[in-house]
Design a protein around this ligand. Structure first.
Ligand SMILES: NC(=O)c1ccc[n+]([C@@H]2O[C@H](COP(=O)([O-])OP(=O)(O)OC[C@H]3O[C@@H](n4cnc5c(N)ncnc54)[C@H](OP(=O)(O)O)[C@@H]3O)[C@@H](O)[C@H]2O)c1
Length: 250
């Protein structure tokens, strides 16, 4: 069967863990050549070794230069750029009064400003692609609050506003969409549970609150991501697509 991303070049942030890693694995299987981003050298290099035609470029995504470098590496190594998949995320837990200002700023920089930085440097190249796409991993936290998640929820709601702005500014050449996952079984979910009164039962409660009675898997998200970066979704732009086992309806 024809590979869906054959001849495509993309950048994947948050590729060292969870959903970003699953997206990288599915996209590589579909023939994409990838620049993988994250800070963890061991995990990043291990994934790059495992995938064909992929290069790990370490760096803190909250720094503009890191984003500039990711785009430069894509162009230097592969000669073009077709999509960016933005998954890096930080929780920055704490109630407003107690949350250190540095953590507030870092969470916004990691979850929101990094989308602005990478888009800023990538779009001039995406405009040359036959099918340029930007795919932002937001969250259902864009729509509802969670205990001790003010920085996280604010950053995810703002990420959707930025997604819409990008979709309007760069249509029809570049399609821009967001995925809004519910509870997905990754290290970030288990860290997030620490913000709840009873962390031990928080993940189990989240699972039981889904209509489908299970946590999401990184692979569930990767399948939707694949749909949204390929021409299968060629009439979708400016959309925030919820993938949450139905939890927002409970
Ligand atoms: N899990 C959920 O239930 C859930 C639900 C909705 C939305 N999300 C969103 O989904 C995305 C992926 O999260 P995940 O659940 O897959 O979490 P994860 O397994 O903990 O992965 C987080 C990724 O973000 C990277 N990252 C964090 N801060 C970074 C920084 N400053 N610079 C570069 N990379 C950074 C990490 O890389 P290094 O450790 O190598 O730096 C890691 O690859 C996040 O945006 C998250 O907000 C998660």
């Amino acid at each position: 069967m024809k590979q869906k991303l054959k001849n495509s070049v993309g950048i994947i942030t948050g590729a060292t863990s969870g959903m970003g890693k699953a997206i990288a694995m599915v996209f590589a299987k579909e023939g994409a050549r990838l620049i993988l981003s994250g800070r963890n050298l061991e995990k990043g290099n291990e994934l790059a070794d495992q995938l064909k035609n992929s290069i790990f470029i370490p760096g803190d995504i909250s720094i503009p230069e890191t984003n500039k470098k990711l785009v430069k590496e894509a162009i230097d190594h592969f000669g073009k750029l077709d999509f960016i998949s933005l998954n890096a995320g930080a929780l920055g837990l704490g109630n407003v009064v107690d949350l250190p200002i540095e953590i507030w700023k870092n969470t916004l920089e990691t979850n929101l400003s990094s989308i602005f930085y990478l888009s800023k440097y990538a779009i001039p190249h995406l405009l040359h692609s036959e099918s340029g796409t930007i795919l932002i991993n937001a969250s259902i936290a864009a729509f509802k609050s969670f205990p001790q998640h003010p920085a996280y929820c604010a950053s995810k709601a703002a990420a959707l506003a930025l997604m819409k702005q990008l979709a309007v500014e760069y249509a029809p050449k570049v399609r821009v969409n967001a995925i809004c996952p519910g509870p997905v079984d990754t290290p970030l979910l288990w860290d997030s549970a620490k913000a709840f009164k009873n962390p031990e039962s928080a993940v189990e409660n989240a699972k039981n609150a889904t209509l489908l009675q299970r946590l999401g898997t990184p692979d569930d998200i990767a399948k939707l991501a694949l749909f949204l970066v390929t021409d299968d979704s060629s009439w979708i732009t400016g959309s925030a697509i919820t993938i949450d086992g139905g939890i927002l309806n409970t």
